[in-house]
Design a protein around this ligand. Structure first.
Ligand code: GLC
Ligand code: CA
Length: 570
């Protein structure tokens, strides 16, 4: 079995993980001080969101220099120490590779801007503008940026525009240019040679743009050019080339792709081992449940969804990716999503119970599980005032919702408050001390006021704690080939509130039964009565197997097959 299937990845968003020098900003020494904690959870791989030099318009995803550490986070020496200490504990480090764009402060872009005849001009996507009816200068086309507004910025010196699909300072690279690709390959080699295990690749399915940059959608209003930037044939070629020229020289390299609206077919083509591209990829359909077609701030479906829909999304992906020979990275939350208990569970009375159910789900599906800082203590969304938002996406889309979608202020605020990435970015709540034990001074972003009762220190002391449950379910996964690489087969797929499935690898069979609702319910498990099952793990208590099982709110169970009854009767 490939090593990447066995890994359990803990994602750190450095700015909010742990502050070591009392400036209110998380840093590398802070991470170093918590490595034992991460190892004790059972994770063996740490993915660091970007730690490179940055202007922080997109908090690290706008990179000024891929060879330098953000001074707020420390020095290269701190990084080398961190890497050594990670390895000393038998863990590995995965870096974030942001290859779709650099920041506008990157030396390539600075050179491109200074001199339109510089070879660096062609590292980016510069185009002449259009002239409007009144002679005014308009952007080259109607492309909308992912964070709202035109995707083009004007270069006042040359009267040309340059493409920025995310924040206005994230300049899209021109992957057609072989020099750009070599430049990215060099960055990758630099970090791999230092000893990192691999990369999480940021929006990697949008690196190729359609030739001629044709208008998006109907071509009139601003529109997001899904059809011209997502998973074009060339993006597959570029990733294959990256594999051939770089990744294949590092035999144990770990790669996970992130992309927007990845289709099932594309995900399989990126991750099928025969394609020689990536180990695995994330999909976001689950995280977009209840959202309209334009994404997370498209409120037109009212963020309403049912467990039945959630199950169908999960099973669809699980079964088709299995069928197609691909591999998923599974996650319940990350730095771009609201907190998982608030989004998919209950952040009120059933907070701990629903967090356990979601943890059990994430750790037992087919694919490599990722958990995000704070998930293991059930951190929740944060009650922000709009003046407290820090994320460009939140601040900009608040305007866009009013201007383009004609929402009144209070409604726009509600939509942002529901989905803002800031929820994931409040400081990790280490203790009930002031500022949640994250820092001795006021942090750069609001601390969730519930740190007084949701924090690591208290959670570690509790008998039925969530952390303890994470340790149990992770340790079960580590010992189970069925969970690491088994087939998945849905059980009672029609049930409206409970998701249930088997995972099977040779002789080993496990059965998961997870009530994803806040109500008592019953589920018929008659279809698996051909075997005898023993309870292996439960979020309320251990239970004996029954053909009609009644479940408490958010109750989740794992059963292990002890013998096949049909074999015995033969
Ligand atoms: C990815 C990152 C997100 C970032 C964007 C642009 O979606 O996860 O945080 O803003 O790419 O780099
Ligand atoms: Ca600091």
């Amino acid at each position: 079995m490939e090593q990447f299937k066995k890994r359990i990845v803990y994602q750190i968003w450095p700015r909010s993980f742990k502050d070591s020098n009392e400036d209110g900003i998380g840093d590398l020494r802070g991470i170093l001080s918590k490595l034992d904690y991460i190892r004790d959870l059972g994770a063996d791989t740490i993915w660091l969101s970007p730690i490179y030099a940055t202007g922080n318009k997109d908090f690290g995803y706008d990179i000024d220099d891929y060879y330098r550490i953000n001074p707020e986070y420390g020095t290269m020496e701190d990084f080398d120490d961190l890497l050594m200490e990670v390895k000393k504990r038998g863990m590995e480090l995965v870096m974030d590779l942001v290859a779709n764009h650099t920041s506008d402060q990157h030396v390539w872009f600075q050179k491109a801007l200074k001199d339109r005849n510089s070879p660096y001009r062609d590292y980016y996507i510069f185009r002449k503008g259009r002239t409007g009816k009144k002679g005014e200068s308009l952007p080259p086309n109607n492309w909308l940026s992912a964070f709202g507004g035109s995707a083009w910025q004007k270069d006042e010196n040359s009267d040309e525009y340059y493409l920025t699909m995310f924040t206005p300072n994230q300049c899209d690279l021109n992957w057609e240019n072989p020099k750009v690709r070599e430049g990215i390959h060099d960055i990758m080699r630099f970090w791999l040679d230092k000893g990192v295990l691999g990369f999480r690749m940021d929006v990697i399915n949008t690196i190729a743009k359609r030739e001629g940059l044709p208008p998006a959608g109907k071509g009139k209003k601003l529109d997001f050019p899904f059809e011209h930037i997502v998973s074009l044939p060339k993006s597959h070629e570029y990733i294959r080339e990256m594999h051939e020229k770089v990744l294949s020289n590092y035999p144990h390299v770990f790669t996970v792709g992130e992309g927007m609206v990845t289709s099932m077919e594309d995900l399989i083509r990126y991750t099928d081992p025969d394609e020689k591209k990536l180990n695995m990829m994330f999909q976001f359909d689950l995280h977009l449940i209840g959202c309209g077609p334009l994404g997370k701030f498209d409120f037109r479906k009212g963020y309403l969804w049912s467990v039945k829909e959630m199950k169908e999304i999960i099973f669809n992906w699980q079964l088709q990716v299995q069928e197609g020979g691909g591999w998923l990275g599974n996650f319940m939350s990350n730095h771009d999503q609201p907190r998982q208990v608030s989004r998919f569970g209950d952040d009120g009375p059933f907070r701990r119970k629903s967090a356990k159910a979601l943890a059990l789900l994430n750790m037992t599906l087919r694919g490599t599980p990722f958990l995000y800082q704070g998930e293991e203590i059930g951190m929740t969304n944060c009650p922000f005032e709009k003046e407290e938002w820090k994320d460009f996406e939140a601040i900009n889309d608040y305007k866009v919702l009013q201007e383009m979608m004609h929402l009144p202020k209070f409604a726009a605020e509600k939509v942002i408050q529901k989905m803002t990435r800031d929820h994931a970015r409040t400081p990790v709540q280490w203790s009930g001390k002031e500022y949640a034990g994250f820092s001795a001074v006021e942090p750069w972003i609001k601390v969730n006021p519930n740190y007084t009762y949701i924090n690591v220190e208290d959670e570690l002391k509790k008998e039925n704690s969530l952390i303890r449950f994470y340790k149990e379910i992770i340790s079960l996964r580590r010992q189970s080939s069925a969970l690491q690489d088994g087939y998945i087969i849905p059980v009672n797929r029609e049930h409206p509130h409970v998701i249930s499935y088997k995972r099977i690898y040779n002789e080993e069979s496990l059965l998961m039964v997870i009530n994803l609702s806040g109500r008592n319910t019953e589920i018929s498990l008659e279809e698996v009565m051909t075997s005898d099952w023993a309870c292996e793990l439960g979020t309320y208590e251990m239970r004996s197997f029954e053909p009609i099982l009644s479940l408490h709110p958010y109750e989740a169970l794992v059963f292990r097959k002890i013998k096949s009854l049909d074999k015995i009767s033969k």
